[in-house]
Write a protein that binds this ligand. Structure first.
Ligand SMILES: [Zn+2]
Length: 656
């Protein structure tokens, strides 16, 4: 059986996991779940890095034995990972005996090879980074990452690893294996670092008790970074279980943050070369997660708790946001508003709404049973097949965001398919019964296939969607389930909304200015017509939106604007501002309510061509169900002007 061994960085346990930490684990989890779907026997390793002097200090501060402190933190980490549905197969702690065996094995091999030698270390050391710093790396004499912390000048007996010896072998390896370090931007950084010359590095600390003693000098412990890197090999039996080690080593993929890429792409492969062990096949250095553009930091108060974020909208909405909104490999930003907004757009209005529409039509027109008919039209099927190919290509490159986007293209395709085939019209014509059956089956099948593609990202939601469209959710495999299946009857379930729309009235950070929502925020949900009382929150008076607040063309295209012709208009009783309109939208006739009575006489509107938001959820206003929203310019304090045309196009024409 083909197999895949992937790892994440192991975490320092001197603080609890935050959203940045969770981001890495969730992305790794998506890859692990994808590989399992593709039929790989997968080993997904995570763990905790415990031999840190900071951990030792923190434990002492809390009056705990270091190991007891680490036990307590392990529970915290495991709780968080279980909460956000991270499906690791193995979890290593560097205080475990199996890790000690691996570290001892590597240290002995390097010592025997003459690649570790004794020397005197004198230089700067940042206690917080637990890293030796070169003079040239300091900024105003301080560590660049800890500008308020004076590095210590250390002078002690150390053992050194001959990293310098591996400059050329590393360059050769990079040349022979361009895939070794991804994405390319990291690869270029690291290559220029290696070309700039490598110096030997200290691999031990003298006079400390918290750590693994060197096999050839029990007075010294292995330096925490050197120790930590070895976890990937000790977890699969290095120095203890040769059979397990032979099965799983080398790792297929190390996923790490960009800040520690050089440890994984320079020091670690050099250590393995010196130990005469195979190198991991790939290192992937992902970017950082910021909060409203700021680095997540405890001192800045910009830490987001992943459990809090998951509790707000759900675990899967959080996972989808992290995967779909950030190009994996680049930096990403989290904001509470954007998180809410994406939830409404991607889940409540789009995927959730599609599932509701299709399951409810299946019940209304076919008693909840859908099956393909002889007169199949394979337009959506072809789209589905090509998007699966696009998805797999993206996921195989770990372009997770592109994978999620491919699944969403199928969701969009299904929505457009429904708009184009108008099942509610087909339902009126008995001669179209077969066509209607096929249309409903195709729509349900598109949902099923999108749910399979989204299974690695939203495991629980995917199961629920599959259940609702009457498709198997257990033991999914791409070979069986990752294709367009135009067969069999499915019993579809009509149930409540998967993701109820989130009211966007409160915002946690970036307080709402008193005169309306922040730029980029959606108006309050009740606004299914032009808000009658408050001026509409349209752009002109607001500050220009920051680039990060801008939406993509895909987002815009989700708003279906259509040309509509007003057939009738009348005042809404007891309302000064509302008019009830009957409009022709090309495919049907609709009733909607608009807050334009102060600017327009009803009769003056009849025959006028306007623009409406076609795919807005219905809302009741003064007891009338409004199906859409008329676009109008609404100046502050002035009367609204509806958007119209010089040469009106046909009703139903899409506006974009
Ligand atoms: Zn530092």
């Amino acid at each position: 059986m083909k197999q895949f061994f992937l790892t994440t960085a192991i975490d320092y346990v001197n603080s609890r996991p935050h959203l940045g930490t969770a981001y890495e684990k969730i992305c790794a989890d998506v890859i692990a779940r994808y590989k399992r779907l593709c039929g790989f026997e997968t080993r997904f390793l995570m763990g905790n890095d415990e031999h840190s002097q900071n951990v030792f200090k923190k434990a002492k501060e809390e009056g705990l034995d270091p190991l007891a402190y680490c036990d307590q933190m392990e529970r915290e980490f495991r709780k968080t990972w279980a909460y956000v549905d991270v499906s690791f197969d193995d979890f290593i702690r560097t205080t475990e005996p199996r890790h000690k065996l691996g570290v001892t094995e590597i240290a002995r091999r390097l010592w025997d090879a003459g690649d570790i030698y004794e020397g005197l270390y004198e230089g700067w050391y940042c206690v917080s980074c637990e890293e030796f710093k070169q003079e040239k790396d300091l900024v105003n004499g301080n560590c660049p990452l800890h500008p308020t912390l004076k590095p210590e000048w250390i002078r002690e007996k150390n053992y050194f690893f001959r990293l310098s010896k591996y400059q050329q072998p590393l360059l050769d390896h990079f040349a022979a294996h361009p895939e070794f370090l991804q994405p390319d931007v990291r690869r270029n950084e690291i290559l220029s670092l290696i070309r700039g010359g490598l110096i030997d590095i200290s691999v031990s600390r003298a006079g400390q008790s918290w750590g693994i003693p060197l096999p050839f000098d029990s007075e010294s412990v292995v330096y925490v970074w050197f120790d930590a890197l070895i976890n990937y090999a000790s977890a699969v039996g290095l120095g203890g279980d040769p059979e397990l080690f032979a099965k799983w080593w080398p790792a297929d993929l190390h996923i790490v943050g960009k800040d520690i890429t050089r440890f994984h792409a320079v020091i670690w492969p050099a250590m393995l070369m010196a130990a005469k062990l195979p190198l991991p096949r790939q290192v992937f250095g992902h970017g950082f997660m910021t909060l409203n553009g700021q680095r997540m930091s405890k001192t800045l108060g910009t830490i987001v708790d992943p459990i809090e974020a998951a509790d707000r909208l759900g675990v899967d909405p959080l996972r989808l946001y992290l995967v779909k909104e950030v190009a994996f490999g680049g930096d990403g930003d989290f904001s509470w508003e954007r998180y809410d907004e994406r939830y409404n757009v991607d889940l409540a209005n789009n995927l959730g709404n599609l599932v509701s529409r299709v399951t409810s039509m299946a019940h209304r027109y076919r008693g909840g049973r859908v099956a393909p008919a002889a007169t199949g039209n394979d337009q959506l099927a072809r789209l589905g097949e090509s998007l699966v190919a696009e998805y797999r290509d993206a996921m195989d490159r770990f372009a997770l965001h592109e994978g999620a986007a491919a699944a969403y293209k199928l969701v969009d395709g299904a929505n457009e398919f429904i708009a184009a085939t108008v099942p509610w019209t087909l339902a009126k014509d008995p001669a179209m019964a077969d066509r209607l059956a096929q249309v409903l089956f195709d729509a349900a099948e598109a949902i099923r296939l999108a749910a399979v593609m989204l299974a690695p990202v939203m495991p629980a939601s995917s199961r629920e969607i599959l259940r609702r469209v009457g498709a198997p959710a257990d033991g999914l495999t791409f070979d069986r389930d990752g294709r367009w299946l135009n067969v069999g009857e499915r019993v579809v379930l009509q149930e409540g909304p998967l993701w109820p729309r989130k009211e966007m009235t409160t915002v946690t950070d970036n307080p709402v200015p008193p005169d309306g929502p922040a730029p980029g925020a959606l108006p309050p949900v009740s606004a299914s017509v032009i808000p009658a009382a408050a001026p509409a929150p349209v752009a002109p008076t607001a500050a220009p939106a920051a680039a990060s607040d801008r939406i993509s063309i895909e987002d815009f295209m989700k708003v279906e604007l259509r040309v509509a012709k007003v057939l009738a208009a009348e005042k809404v009783e007891k309302s000064k501002k509302l008019l009830k309109l009957s409009v022709d939208v090309g495919t049907e006739q609709r009733t909607l309510v608009a807050g334009i009575a102060e600017a327009y006489e009803p009769d003056a509107l009849v025959g006028k061509t306007v623009v409406i938001v076609f795919n807005l959820k219905p809302a009741k206003l003064m007891g009338i169900e409004s199906n859409g929203m008329v676009l109008a310019a609404s100046p502050d304090g002035g009367k609204p002007t509806v958007v119209s045309f010089e040469n009106p196009p046909e009703p139903g024409t899409r506006v974009r």
